[in-house]
Design a protein around this ligand. Structure first.
Ligand SMILES: Cc1ncc(COP(=O)(O)O)c(C=O)c1O
Length: 350
């Protein structure tokens, strides 16, 4: 199967497996695992922060951040389709006791005016305050969309002015940096805390980091223990992360180029795709105009050996490029997808 369901489906490459096999190890809880320490140091530097802590998943990194920034009864602001609101099982409420306010916004982005409006004093202003703003970059449900730096700057400046902590769910922040052509620290340094996921475009089997100030990451360690996420010889996994930082960051540009190529060829064949949406490694296809339901479209694609997946939007499916997808896969998928969805590929002569 050409597996375009998600960039989370990647398997470690032989070279990454070698790095894992050779990893120097120690007890992470005692801060004695040299590979974890190296990964944490390098990630903090990469994201323009003082420190970072290694955790098993990006969800745990986000949830720890929310606990650091809010108290029960406080309000979390985020885009209405952001991962923290939609896919983290109500963790913001369950773990941090936060109320959530999801805001609408084009391309997964929010404006300073929306942040201000959400902070207007309410009748319960005394005990109900907006404490945390969580942004997502790239934004998964918007189709891997990227925040322009100037917009991040404005929104985070507004949060600071209003005394709100700013968290970045940067599970795919390296895709954003590559797409913008900027150093990742130019994005990461603006926030109080930043989540980075290793098991998406970076191609690791698992792992994520939360970066922030020395003080916040010191506090994050307590939360990591509370979540049961303080590990032992976890350098065995962190080694994949160190390898990925060395070898899999710049190559994200290839994933983006393949997504663009796929999108252009599918759009050229008459598949409903908004090419402007394709900024990184996601291609969103609206199957509604083709007279298909999502389930029908995905089943027909599966039958021809191409895996796509659903999105939060009822008639939209997505193809995601990643480490395991080659140019040949894109060529084949460009032919198979229109055929499976009942859109004839124009012949070379026509
Ligand atoms: C934007 C975003 N944040 C967080 C996560 C959570 O990652 P994990 O599965 O490692 O918990 C995901 C996973 O898809 C994501 O897309």
């Amino acid at each position: 199967m050409i597996d375009l369901r998600s960039d989370t489906v990647t398997l470690p490459t032989p070279e990454m497996r070698q790095a894992i096999a050779n990893a120097a190890l120690g007890d992470e809880q005692k801060r004695e695992d040299p590979t974890v320490l190296e990964l944490e140091r390098r990630t903090a530097e990469l994201l323009g922060q003082e420190a970072a802590v290694f955790v098993p998943t990006a969800t745990m990194a986000n949830q720890i951040a929310l606990k650091l920034h809010g108290r029960p009864g406080d309000v979390l602001l985020a885009h209405e389709t952001s991962h923290v609101l939609v896919y983290e099982y109500g963790g913001a409420a369950a773990h941090a006791g936060l109320m959530t306010l999801g805001l609408e916004g084009a391309a997964g982005r929010l404006s300073p005016e929306q942040i201000r409006a959400a902070c207007e004093p309410s009748v319960k202003a005394a005990d109900q305050r907006v404490a945390v703003l969580s942004l997502e970059n790239t934004h998964n449900n918007a189709g891997g969309r990227v925040w322009p730096l100037a917009e991040i700057e404005d929104v985070v400046a507004t949060a600071r002015e209003l005394g709100i902590a700013a968290h970045l769910d940067g599970a795919r922040v390296l895709n954003a940096a590559i797409a913008l052509g900027v150093d990742p620290s130019e994005i990461g340094a603006r926030f109080d805390t930043v989540t980075l996921c290793l098991s998406k475009g970076l191609g690791c089997p698992l792992g994520a980091l939360l970066a922030g100030s020395d003080q916040l990451i010191g506090l994050a360690w307590r939360e990591k223990h509370l979540f049961g996420g303080a590990m032992r010889q976890s350098g065995i996994v962190a080694a994949a992360g160190v390898y990925a930082l060395d070898h899999h960051v710049e190559r994200l540009a290839e994933d983006h180029a393949r997504a663009h190529a796929l999108a252009e060829r599918l759009a050229g064949a008459g598949i409903p795709i908004d090419l402007e949406q394709v900024e990184t490694n996601f291609v969103q296809i609206d199957v509604g105009p083709l007279g298909l339901t999502r389930a029908e479209a995905l089943a027909q694609l599966r039958d021809v050996g191409v895996g796509l997946s659903t999105t939060i939007h009822p008639s939209v499916i997505r193809a995601v490029t990643h480490l395991g997808i080659t140019d040949e896969d894109v060529d084949r998928a460009s032919e198979l997808i229109p055929r499976a969805l009942g859109v004839p590929v124009p012949s070379a002569a026509s």
